[in-house]
Structures are given as structure tokens and as C-alpha cells.
Design a protein around this ligand. Structure first.
Ligand SMILES: C[S@@+](CC[C@H](N)C(=O)[O-])C[C@H]1O[C@@H](n2cnc3c(N)ncnc32)[C@H](O)[C@@H]1O
Length: 282
């Protein structure tokens, strides 16, 4: 049987959580000691990569976070989405922020059981859970257990609501064959709602990128640190679009950070951007 324990990835949520907090995007509730230690340990590496490669991990993290926010808000306002599931939520502040900003939104945060237990504790301690803002355990690698996607959706979601699923900082920890099983299951699951959407960040495999060598070294290091198969998916925008179509999504839009340099308050970088935000509708 395939190994479905990917909890060795979970510590990275403390690093990204600290990034949201340090850049004013998060709440005191998610300011953790683990996150601060990782954030300050990474600083010299960040400075070096900014100097040598003209970009940093922080820049791509902030780009993806703010573009996902923009795309999801647009889907709420223009398409009437009222139910959001953030899978691999980690310490993302989005659930709290969106529930405050949009009174009709029901927000479900989902992650592996141990990570989720910590998130639940932090939310509960700060009085941030409600009937509209809940948490549920999920494991995207499971097919039949209580944490499998179809089981979780059946028990935790309202099938009458227009529903949007977010993943951020998750999919590149898995090879394409593995993550494609999740994507196909998700496309199927989303078809049961009156409208279904999926928004994710994605780091493509762009061989033309001027700092490919640096990226490959980073990918190898991250694979070792997280005991996972960090992989870059698809080698062009056309490949991203046809990949998601083959998995059962009807419409796919690829968002590139450069297109938002003048309209969103996102950090820019000297080198071409690395991250994409992919918006799928079923
Ligand atoms: C880099 S963190 C991203 C956290 C958050 N989305 C963010 O951007 O700050 C990766 C997250 O993936 C979660 N994760 C790892 N394997 C998973 C799985 N099989 N199913 C669901 N979540 C998983 C981890 O627990 C962790 O919270």
C-alpha cells in the first residue's frame, strides 16, 4: 500500500505562517515561536538569493498569497461563491480575514490531523471559531479513510452552496502522478455543487528560466528537509491548461505575477517570476 503519511511537510506551515505575520497579512493568534525561529534562520539565505538571483522565497510567497486572495475575492463578488474550503491551511489567516470581510461566507479549514489540531487550538483560544468558520481533518493522499476527500466533503460541506477550494503551498511537494489523483478526485467532488472552483499556486518547470540551476538546488534541499518529492509541474502555460482539462476541469486560467505588478500591492523581482496561480472551474 502507498505511504500516505506526509506529515513531515507540516513544519513548513510555521515558516509560511511567520511570513504572513511579518508582512502584516496575519493575526497575533498565528504568531508562533516555531515560525519565528524558522523565519529568522532563513534570513541569511533569503538575502543571498536576493543578491545573487534577484529574487527570494519570501517574494514568491507573498506574490502567490496576494494573487490567490485577489482571485478568490473576485469569485466571491462576481460568481457568488459562499463556501470555501482551504486544504493544507496550515496557519493561513485567510479563513479569519474572509469571514470578517464577507458575512455570507462559510469557511472550512482543512489539514492533516496534527497540524489541524494546532490550528484549531489557536483559533479556539482567540474565539475565532463559529458555525461559519470550522475546521476539519483531511489527507489528500487517502482514498477511503475518514480523512479522504469525498468522505470529508460529504460530512462537512453544504452541497447547495457554490463552493471554491484553495490549496496553497501544497501541490509541489508531490510528483505529478500523485497530485493528479487528488486533482481528479477534487474535480469530481466539485461537480456536486451548483458551481465549483479550485484555486491553487503552482511552481512550473520552466527550463528557460535564467536561474534554473539555483531553483533545482532549492528543490533538492526542500525535498530532503521535508522528506518529500518536491516537483515542478508542467513546462508551459498551455501544458498547465491542458493538464487540468484532462483531469476534469472545464475552464483554467493561469495568473502570472507580472500581470499584477501595477495593480496589486505585491513585491516585484528582478528575475522573471517563478510562481503561478491557477484558477479552475468545473
Ligand atoms: C507549506 S505549508 C502551507 C500552509 C499554508 N497553506 C500556507 O500557505 O501558509 C504545507 C501544508 O500542507 C499540509 N499537508 C501536507 N501533506 C498533506 C496532505 N497529505 N493532506 C493535506 N494537507 C497536507 C501541511 O500540514 C502544511 O500545513
Amino acid at each position: 500500500m502507498a505511504n500516505t503519511d506526509s506529515s513531515s511537510i507540516s513544519f513548513t506551515a510555521y515558516y509560511t505562517g511567520a511570513t504572513w505575520y511579518q508582512h502584516g497579512l496575519s493575526l497575533k493568534a498565528f504568531d508562533t515561536t516555531q515560525g519565528n525561529i524558522l523565519y529568522f534562520l532563513a534570513k541569511p539565505f533569503e538575502k543571498t538569493s536576493q543578491l545573487l538571483a534577484g529574487m527570494s522565497v519570501q517574494t514568491t510567497l507573498l506574490q502567490r498569497h496576494l494573487i490567490i486572495d485577489y482571485v478568490v475575492k473576485k469569485a466571491i463578488k462576481e460568481q457568488g461563491i459562499t463556501q470555501i474550503v482551504e486544504i493544507a491551511c496550515g496557519l493561513s489567516p485567510r479563513g479569519v480575514r474572509f469571514c470578517q470581510e464577507f458575512p455570507d461566507i462559510h469557511y472550512i479549514e482543512a489539514d492533516l490531523p496534527a497540524m489541524l489540531a494546532h490550528k484549531q487550538q489557536l483559533l479556539a483560544e482567540h474565539g475565532l471559531l463559529s458555525e461559519r468558520h470550522r475546521v476539519v481533518a483531511i489527507n489528500i493522499l487517502e482514498q477511503e479513510t475518514d480523512d479522504a476527500l469525498p468522505v470529508v466533503f460529504a460530512k462537512a460541506l453544504d452541497p447547495t452552496r457554490k463552493t471554491l477550494v484553495i490549496t496553497e503551498g501544497l501541490i509541489n511537494y508531490f510528483d505529478l502522478a500523485t497530485i493528479s489523483i487528488f486533482w481528479r478526485n477534487l474535480a469530481n467532488a466539485l461537480k456536486q455543487f451548483p458551481q465549483g472552483a479550485y484555486v491553487t499556486d503552482l511552481y512550473p518547470n520552466f527550463a528557460w528560466h535564467p536561474v534554473t540551476k539555483w531553483i533545482n538546488t532549492f528543490v533538492q534541499g526542500l525535498s530532503i528537509a521535508t522528506k518529500s518529492h518536491v516537483s515542478l509541474h508542467f513546462n508551459s502555460h498551455a501544458a498547465i491548461e491542458s493538464g487540468f482539462t484532462q483531469l476534469g476541469f472545464k475552464q483554467t486560467l493561469v495568473h502570472i505575477p507580472e500581470a499584477y505588478y501595477h495593480s496589486l500591492a505585491i513585491p516585484t523581482q528582478r528575475s522573471p517570476s517563478l510562481v503561478r496561480v491557477v484558477e479552475n472551474w468545473v
